[in-house]
Write a protein that binds this ligand. Structure first.
Ligand code: NAI
Length: 245
């Protein structure tokens, strides 16, 4: 399926590196203009925008924004709308881990992960939905995790946030489907990024049926698929080499 996203604007959170960066290039390569939301690394965000412009000829702009803050997200989404005129695709990719065994986990470890991974997605969806409703068109893709589907020792905070994203996805999908707005999730397994840097020798990797970690581009391809899949909503697509089947 070859899809063109010319004329579409995609907002991608956490797009200055890793999976979000790969998603930015994939959607730009299909012709979409890109709003790169990033937490702190301005140079990295500007580099991603520059590559979108020079390699794929699209418009791309960086926006520093902590997705965990309701009002900051509101201002950022308003600014993106001013700059681009409108937007059509939202990819909630920003995420963090603070892995600890449950007996050691501090309240702040739990709150920080929930605030970014789950409430961050809520904030973005909440502030983008008005525009989607007015456009009678919108596509939301939430990056969950297989941890949220099958659990993982040491990740009770992260797994709870990612399982929460599945419930958020399905409720938003049901609520907004009659308005022409789709909402899906992707549950990646082990993908090679900074987040999984320290996993190289983890015995869990031997349990992946396809025998290797995934690449950020594998997830980006799934985002492109869901962005173009007009009859798919409320789906959770595993991109995990089979580990959670
Ligand atoms: P990463 O750590 O390389 O990138 C995460 C991005 O999110 C960074 O750009 C970071 O600045 C941004 N971010 C973090 N907190 C933020 C905040 N409060 N506001 C705005 N941006 C913020 O991680 P990676 O691997 O690229 O992960 C991307 C998404 O995929 C995350 O949601 C992660 O949980 C999920 N995922 C990753 C897997 C993996 O194996 N790498 C597996 C399953 C899910």
């Amino acid at each position: 399926m070859v899809i063109s996203m010319k004329g579409k604007v995609a907002i991608i959170t956490g797009a200055s590196r890793g999976i979000g960066e790969a998603v930015a290039y994939k959607l730009a390569s299909l012709g979409a203009d890109i709003a790169v939301i990033y937490a702190g690394n301005t140079a990295a965000a500007e580099r991603v925008c520059e590559k979108c412009k020079t390699e794929y000829g699209v418009t791309a702009r960086p926006y520093q924004c902590n997705v965990a803050e309701f009002e900051t997200v509101k201002d950022t989404v308003e600014q993106i709308k001013k700059d681009f005129g409108t937007f059509h695709i939202l990819v909630n990719n920003a995420g963090i881990t603070r892995d600890k065994l449950i007996a050691m986990m501090k309240e702040d470890d739990f709150d920080a992960v929930l605030d970014t991974n789950l409430k961050g997605a809520f904030h973005m969806i909440r502030h983008c939905t008005g525009t989607f409703l007015r456009n009678k068109e919108g596509c939301i893709i939430n990056i969950s995790s297989v941890s949220g589907l099958i659990g993982n020792p040491g990740q009770s905070n992260y797994a709870a946030s990612k399982a929460g994203l599945v419930g958020l996805t399905k409720s938003v999908a049901k609520e907004l489907a009659p308005k022409g707005i789709r909402c899906n999730a992707i549950a990646p397994g082990f993908i090679k990024t900074d987040m999984t840097d320290d996993l190289a020798d983890n015995p869990l990797l031997q349990m992946i049926p396809l025998g290797k970690m995934g690449e950020p581009e594998d997830v980006a391809d799934a985002v492109a698929y869901l962005a173009g899949a007009k009859y798919v909503t409320g789906e959770v697509l595993r991109i995990d080499g089979g580990i959670a089947m």
